[in-house]
Design a protein around this ligand. Structure first.
Ligand code: PEP
Ligand code: MG
Length: 891
């Protein structure tokens, strides 16, 4: 005889076949109903059809396994016995609900079907038995609607149309004003709608209803909504959905009934208070639907004191049992309390931190568990200004959430105008609104409270720069039309002028017209406590990408253990510097270039002194100039004239140089290490500035650990030339100073070839830092600034599971990294018998999933923008606590 697995699990009456830890098999809802039942919490009896059935259903080409049927029959019988009613009985019918429930919550995947078991005959009996014909008829018409629209594909609007029509005929506004007779008529009309759409009458056999509803739940697993939800939330590896069939309880039988939803602690701030709403004489959906305003749960104490006390006991019991904050649903029928659901409650980052820390203090969980409980990404909530939740401004457009936090400011359309505006009105907030930004815009960008662009993706210039500064930014908001000449921005049919207020929420991508109040972040004591526990657990160090002393100091406050990337190019903008820089680019010979560079050197040195001071005692990786030179020259006629005037040279000369420097593919052009190879004096100036700044800071009694980083190498020869030149110069300076300054020279690994020959590269490099922005760009052959036109389709069509500029493409780019780390370490060991320090400084260094990958391949550190430092610290801790196991992050 063939054996088959158990397909149906019963619960109710203080017993259950399943347990909370069987989520994979019973789904979250089913597993928790079983658990509640077995710990003596009142739950209406029912049963769960396993996710394996869903899996087998699809394997067999949408056919249920044979043995499900007798198991369901037997389980239904048990429910009938416990409730003392029969399914389909005409005088006193058992009614059931049918709900989906996968291992991970997938809100809105499928609507619930309530009141199953009602038929023309049963509705009469149900009305008599409850002495409430109106309730019976209302339940029946809801069933026809829910069953029709959810299980049989009838448009819900068709039912709504009948309801609205009848209310008009009866001259009433609210559903509740319809009498029993009216509802009888409505049932008739609903049945007609059903028959017309489905081609057969509404089923009068309750078993027929039940099986159709069960199949509908399984079918919904592969419905567009569910498939899309799983894609967006990156949910993979689930068997399917379970189906929960449960005896109905009614919260709308009168004033001694009601229904509510609650959290065992406040999900917004984590406070240990009972938080929720209820409605007297109502059904579950009424609380969420917003038709009536629910009462705060504390008032239930006055209205139903006994039920309230019972609920408070259950709250305690559930938290003690699950050792976690719960989100619960309950119904009171004629004074008797039933729990319909419990699950881990969703919460803000602030709340997550407080709850995790307090649960440790209460002795319910240990520190390591607390560290694993908080989603690193949710820490954003503690670190950035947020929109005041009381604000009434509604979003009018949405772009890509590029850098979190909220900001309101006056619309300014160019970076130059932002600089001018800030000079005149230093206290007024600026929102820089542009099609896109470029390195020329950084001065204006820095002055803005937030940045909004109509094009670009998550790795666009605006996004990367804003993230680096922790400045709110929304990119790719196609709904805004910018007319620079007219000084207007059109959005959602409204035309705003320069100087009008606009607000962005970089956490969600929302754009709002007008000024919205923001609230400042508060780094609470609990947050520091949790971070302390995370630091004890992690192996990866966390550094920051910072280009200014202020950012460096901020990052240090957030726990950065050094700078992993200081991009020096931002230091060449700003009024006086850009003039010297342009002089350098326009110089005819080495001498001219050297003279211009000499003017830049003091600025560079000063910047480095500031950064070294801020990072006293911690390593600072400074990268030599990376971007192509043409980015420092204006491309429009007016700009070129201004530069010619500034430098006292003919306009034609500027034009010629711009043309000469023009590149078809600047990202693959004359940038990175190629610049100092052709113009060694550029590299020399930077090395001199770095080392002499280090000498000065050391002299002043501080500890400096400079790391000179050479960008964009593809061959070991490039690195060797530049390294030897840098060392020679640095050693001369140090020797002359009489100070003992230690420094390292290393390289970025951001060209696939460099990763492939990592063993040789490591012979010349004291450290590696993976520049995964460029590495991703060059491995895929995607221009990082131009992915917007196709990335959406790629993700939708599942060509890629995630945007590889956001989260490391483990399968492809990951191989290069893994190989690079392994071969690099081997090469260094073989030649110098030394450990090669390896880190990452691409945007991925602040992405929790990528941090886990970096931990796995054995990097020494990750580096990310200041505001992501705590996120990376927590992600690194979770990676090392999970070691081998899975990281169960709440989605
Ligand atoms: C990188 O390429 O990953 C990197 C950090 O450098 P940039 O983004 O400045 O090119
Ligand atoms: Mg790079």
């Amino acid at each position: 005889m063939s054996t088959h697995p158990k397909y149906v699990y019963s619960f109710g009456g203080g017993k259950a076949d399943g347990r909370a830890d069987m989520k994979e098999l019973l789904g979250g809802k089913g597993a928790n109903l079983a658990e509640m039942s077995s710990i003596g919490i009142p739950v209406p009896p029912g049963f769960t059809i396993t996710t394996e059935v869903c899996h087998d259903y699809y394997e067999a080409g949408r056919k249920l396994p044979e043995s499900v049927k007798p198991e369901v029959e037997a389980a239904l019988k048990k429910v009938e016995e416990q409730v003392g009613k029969k399914f389909g009985d005409a005088s006193d019918p058992l009614l059931v609900s049918v709900r989906s429930g996968a291992a991970l919550s997938m809100p809105g995947m499928m609507n619930t079907i309530l009141n199953l078991g009602l038929t023309d005959a049963a509705v009469e009996g149900f009305g008599k038995k409850t002495n409430n014909l109106r309730l019976a008829l209302d339940s029946y018409r809801r069933l026809i609607d829910m069953f029709g629209s959810t299980a049989m594909g009838v448009e819900h609007e068709l039912f709504e149309h009948e309801l609205t029509g009848l209310k008009k005929e009866k001259k009433v506004k609210e559903d509740t004003e319809l009498t029993a007779d009216d509802l009888k008529e409505l049932v008739k009309r609903y049945k007609a709608v059903y028959q017309k759409a489905v081609g057969e009458p509404f089923p009068q056999d309750p078993k027929d209803q039940l099986w159709k509803a069960i199949m509908a739940v399984f079918n919904s697993w592969m419905g567009n909504k569910a498939v899309e939800y799983r894609r967006i939330e990156r949910i993979t590896g689930l068997k399917g959905t379970a189906v929960n069939v449960q005896a109905m309880v009614f919260g709308n039988t009168g004033d001694n009934s009601g229904t509510g939803v609650a959290f065992t602690r406040d999900p917004n701030n984590g406070e240990n208070t009972f938080y929720g709403d209820y409605l007297i004489n109502a059904q579950g959906e009424d609380v969420v639907a917003g038709i009536r305003t629910p009462e705060p749960i504390s008032r239930l104490h006055e209205e139903m004191p006994k039920v309230y006390d019972q609920l408070m006991d259950i709250r305690q019991k559930l938290e003690k049992h699950y050792k976690e904050m719960q989100d619960i649903e309950f119904t009171v029928q004629d004074g008797t309390l039933y729990m319909l659901q419990t699950r881990t409650g969703k919460r803000t980052g602030t709340s997550a931190v407080r709850i995790a820390v307090e649960l440790v203090k209460e002795g319910l969980i240990d520190e390591k568990t607390a560290v694993q409980r908080v989603n690193p990404e949710s820490l954003n909530h503690l670190l950035l200004p947020q929109l005041d939740p009381k604000s009434k401004n509604k979003p009018v457009a949405q772009g890509i959430a590029a850098s979190p936090g909220a900001a309101s400011g006056k619309i300014i359309l160019t970076a130059e105008a932002a600089v001018e505006f800030a000079e005149k009105h230093p206290d007024e907030p600026i929102m820089l609104v542009r099609k896109e930004t470029s390195p020329e815009d950084v001065a204006g960008m820095h002055l803005a409270k937030g940045i909004l662009t109509s094009t670009g993706g998550k790795a666009s210039h605006a996004a990367v720069v804003a993230r680096g500064w922790g400045k709110p930014c929304v990119v790719g908001c196609e709904a805004i039309k910018i007319d620079e000449k007219a000084g207007t921005v059109t959005i959602a049919g409204k035309t705003l002028k320069v100087g009008d207020y606009i607000t962005i929420n970089g956490t969600t991508g929302d754009v709002m017209i007008g000024q919205v109040e923001t609230i400042d972040p508060s780094v609470s004591g609990d947050f520091a406590v949790l971070m302390g526990w995370a630091d004890k657990a992690r192996k990866l160090k966390v550094r920051t990408n910072a280009d200014t002393p202020a950012d460096a100091a901020k990052a240090r406050e957030f726990g950065a253990e050094g700078i992993g990337l200081c991009r020096t190019e931002h230091m060449f903008f700003g009024d006086e510097r850009i003039v010297a820089m342009r002089k350098m680019i326009l110089a005819d010979d080495t001498k001219g270039r050297e003279a211009a560079l000499a003017a830049l050197e003091p600025f560079q040195k000063k910047d480095f002194v500031g950064i070294f001071e801020a990072m006293d005692g911690l390593p600072v990786t400074i990268r030599l100039l990376d971007p192509p030179l043409h980015e420092f020259l204006p491309h429009d006629a007016k700009g070129q004239e201004t530069v010619a005037k500034e430098l006292g040279i003919p306009v034609q000369k500027v034009k010629d140089r711009v043309e000469q420097l023009h590149e078809f593919n600047p990202m693959l052009g004359f940038r990175g290490c190629r610049l100092p190879i052709v113009y060694p004096e550029i590299g020399d100036m930077q090395v001199r500035a770095i080392i002499s700044a280090a000498i000065d800071v050391k002299k002043a009694g501080k500890s400096v650990l400079p790391e000179i980083m050479i960008p964009l190498i593809g061959t070991v020869a490039e690195l060797k030339i530049l390294k030897e030149r840098a060392i020679k110069l640095a050693d001369e300076l140090i020797k002359a100073s009489g100070q003992k300054v230690e420094y390292l020279v290393g390289t970025m690994i951001e060209i696939p070839r460099a990763a492939l020959v990592a063993d040789k590269v490591a012979e010349e490099a004291q450290f590696f830092s993976f520049g995964t922005n460029d590495l991703t760009q060059m491995t895929f052959g995607f221009s990082r600034d131009d992915i917007k036109s196709f990335m959406g389709t790629y993700l939708k069509e599942k060509i890629l599971p995630v945007d590889p500029f956001q989260s490391i493409d483990v399968e492809g780019v990951g191989q290069l990294i893994e190989w690079g780390v392994k071969r690099g370490r081997e090469g260094r060991k073989a030649k110098h018998n030394e450990h090669l320090k390896v880190g990452i400084c691409g945007e991925h260094g602040g992405d929790p999933d990528s941090v886990v990958f970096c931990h796995k391949v054995g990097m020494d550190y990750v580096s990310c923008s200041p505001f992501r430092v705590p996120i990376a610290r927590l992600a690194a801790a979770q990676a090392s606590l999970a070691e081998g196991g899975k990281i169960a992050r709440d989605k």
